[in-house]
Design a protein around this ligand. Sequence first.
Ligand code: NAD
Ligand code: ZN
Length: 364
Amino acid sequence: MTRIDVGLGDRSYPILIEAGLLDRAGEHLARFARGGRLVVVTDESVAAAQLPRLVAGLGEVRVDAIILPSGEATKSWGMLERLTDQLMDHGVERSDRIVALGGGVIGDLVGFAASILKRGCGFVQVPTTLLAQVDSSVGGKTAINTRAGKNLIGAFHQPDTVMIDPTTLDTLPLREVRSGYAEVVKYGLIDDFDFFAWCEANAAALLDGDPDARTQAIAHSVAAKARVVAADERETTGTRALLNLGHTFGHALEAETGYSDVLLHGEAVACGMALAFRFSAAKGLCPGQDAVRVARHLDAAGLPTALKAAHVDTDGTTLVGHMAHDKKMEGGRLPFLLARGIGQTFLAKDVDLGEVAAFLDGER
Ligand SMILES: NC(=O)c1ccc[n+]([C@@H]2O[C@H](COP(=O)([O-])OP(=O)(O)OC[C@H]3O[C@@H](n4cnc5c(N)ncnc54)[C@H](O)[C@@H]3O)[C@@H](O)[C@H]2O)c1
Ligand SMILES: [Zn+2]
C-alpha cells in the first residue's frame, strides 16, 4: 500500500492508496466507528456502484447510509440543510467521522457539512472519481455553489484520512475518467517534465483501466498536491495557485457552456491548459513545439484542446468577460498561469485582458 502524509502539524493526515482498499475498509475505518456504526454519505450513482463494496469491506461495522441525488446541483444550500439535518437525526457528535463516498460533489458538500456540524466534526474522504482521487479529496477545500457562483461559500476543513481505491474507477464512465485525467497531466505541466513524459507513455494503459498505471498516476499526483498543500494550505503564498493552471481559461469555457454536461470540468481544464501554452508561445515565453506537444498528448487522451472541440464559439471579449468575474481579479489585469515550457509554469501578475481577448479571437 502507498501512504502519503499531508504535513500540517497536528492536523496532518494520511492518504492511503491501493487497489482493493474498499474491500478491506474495516482495517482502516473501523476505529472511527462509534457504538459499532459509521455514517456514510454518498450519491445515488455511487450508492449503486460502490456502496455495497464498502459495506461488505467494513465487516462488523454497521453503516448508516445517507444517499443524495447525483450531480453538481447537490452542492447547494438546500442539500446542505437536508444533509446536516439527517446527520443530526443520526446523532452525529463532534468526535465522529463522517465518511464521504463519492466524487468531488459529495466530498465538497460533506466536508463543508462536517466543518459546521456541532462547530466542526471529522470526516474521511473515500473518493470514487479520478478527479476526486487526484485533486478534490486532498487539501481541505470544501464548498457549495450559490447564486453568486461556484464554490464561493465554503471552508478550509481537512479530512482525517483519505482512502483511495483505484478500482472504484472501474464503474466510472470513461468520459469522467478522461476528464479527471486532465488534472493528472496538470501536475506534470506545472513543474514535473519527467511526469509529463510518464503520462505520454502510460495514458493509454491508464485510460484502458490498467490498475498499476492508475495507482502510479494517482500516487504521483496526490504526492504533488500534498506537497503544495503543506507549503501553502490557504493559498496565501502563491504556491497553491499554481494548481490552477488552465483554470482561468477553463472557467471561461465552463461559464460559456453553462457549467453543463456539454463540457466537463476536466475537459475545460484540458482546453484551458492547451490555450495557456499556446498563449505563452504567442507571447514568446515558451517554445511553440512545447505547446504543440501538450495539445497532442491531451488530444490523444480524448480531451478537447481547441475552442471548437470544447463547443465554444464566442468572441474573445465575451470569454474575457467571464474571466473578469473571477474572484482573483486585480484591477483590469488578471493573474495568469503561463509557461516557459513543459514543467515550467509561473504566475504572471501583469497580463492585459485585451491581449488575451485578441489571442482568443485568433483561436476561433
Ligand atoms: N475541493 C477541491 O479542492 C476541489 C477541486 C477540484 C474540483 N472540486 C469540485 O469537484 C466537483 C466535481 O467532482 P467530480 O468530477 O468528481 O464530479 P461528481 O462528484 O459529480 O462525479 C461525477 C459523476 O460520476 C458519478 N460517480 C462517481 N464515482 C463513481 C463511480 N466510481 N462509479 C460510477 N459513477 C460514479 C457521480 O454520481 C456523478 O454523476 C465540482 O463541484 C468541483 O467544484 C473541488
Ligand atoms: Zn480543476
